[in-house]
Ligand binder design. Structure first.
Ligand code: DAH
Length: 337
């Protein structure tokens, strides 16, 4: 009976694993054949009976071993050799890389959402622009020394690659009039030697708000809201005087160092403050270029260094990584799946 059961089981076993399962079922430590000896009370058997039992058990074991061996050979003969298989299961799977958002784009989208929440419009603007938009309309005439601050790429047709996103201020004012709230994020270019903190191609986000009675208090309020949202905490800022021809007064807005809370550390060069956003109240000359009544309206403007903000936010120490196209940098921003 046990023999027949074993043969039936083996008939169904068509892989090495299944044959091995049958072996364990019959000959394993708790197998059906193994158990026969364990379950028998030899003290109740006569010497002849013991001998007879031992003989039968051995025969059964030999039978099982033989049939298992046969089954193993049968399985081995029918299995397709590895090198003849249609599919080579040992080849590693193909790797599908996921695209990643560039860190600059991530910061830009975040800024856009924050400013939209404060009622600002997001405007696109040209990278190649006129000398008028980039300089003259911003109170920087041809012989003004401020032009030296921005070594410029001039195109052969007399246009420039914009040196800052401020180039869109007057265009936006002419088009939309006052009151106006908008930001213009985008790529800027300067003819600069490249090193870990200088690039000839970088991103800024210009902001402009014009309305009646706009004062420095509005500027500070908007900047604090912005930085609080970007860094996800309450921030302290301060204004220092700064000169830019298109604002009066002009400021450098410093952020209380987030790493040392102002006590001084290598990131803030021991000063406790990080210079972050140049800004000011829009110069009346700029408002007039934008066909805005400078007696009735005032405004503030700021030029946020998007690239710099991304470096701070993600702890990127070398500006050259951004334009390098090096996937080892970029793939660190891919979503973790
Ligand atoms: N456009 C200036 C630059 O790139 C930055 C700037 C300064 C923008 C003051 C402003 C501002 O709007 O008010 O260096």
């Amino acid at each position: 009976m046990l023999q027949q059961q074993l043969l039936d089981d083996l008939a169904l076993a068509n892989t090495h694993e299944l044959v091995e399962n049958v072996r364990i079922k019959y000959l394993g430590r708790k197998g059906l054949i193994t158990n026969l000896a364990k379950e028998t009370d030899f003290s109740k058997l006569s010497a002849d009976e013991k001998k007879d039992f031992g003989q039968k058990l051995n025969e059964l074991k030999n039978f099982a071993t033989e049939k298992l061996q046969e089954a193993a050979e049968r399985v081995a003969a029918t299995a397709t050799p590895v090198n003849k298989r249609l599919f080579d299961l040992t080849i590693p799977g193909s790797h599908r890389a996921f695209g990643a958002m560039h860190p600059i784009s991530m910061v830009q989208l975040e800024l856009e959402a924050i400013f939209e929440g404060m009622g600002f419009t997001v405007l696109d603007s040209p990278e190649a622009d006129t000398e008028y938009s980039n300089f003259e309309s911003l109170n920087v005439p041809a012989d003004h020394p401020a032009r030296d601050m921005q070594d410029t790429f001039w195109l052969t047709n007399g246009m420039v690659l914009r040196t800052h996103t401020s180039s869109n201020q007057v265009r936006a004012l002419k088009r939309f009039g006052a009151p106006f709230r908008g930001i213009f994020p985008g790529r800027c270019f300067r003819y600069e030697a490249i090193d870990p903190s200088h690039e000839n191609t970088f991103f800024q986000c210009e902001g402009l708000m014009v309305d009646e009675n706009i004062s420095v208090a509005h500027l500070i309020g908007v900047m604090k809201t912005l930085l609080g949202e970007v860094f996800k905490r309450d921030v302290k800022v301060r204004l220092r005087p700064g000169f830019f021809p298109f604002v009066e007064p002009g400021f450098e807005l410093d952020l209380n160092c987030l790493f040392c809370e102002g006590s001084g550390c290598p990131t803030c060069k021991q000063s406790g403050w990080i210079e972050l956003i140049p800004c000011g109240l829009v110069h009346p000359v700029v408002l007039e270029h934008g066909e805005i009544d400078a007696k009735r309206y005032s405004g503030f403007a700021f030029g946020l260094g998007l690239t710099r903000l991304a470096m701070m936010k993600y702890g990127i120490r070398d500006i050259r990584y951004f334009n390098s196209g090096d996937v080892r940098v970029l793939e660190q921003f891919a979503p973790v799946l």
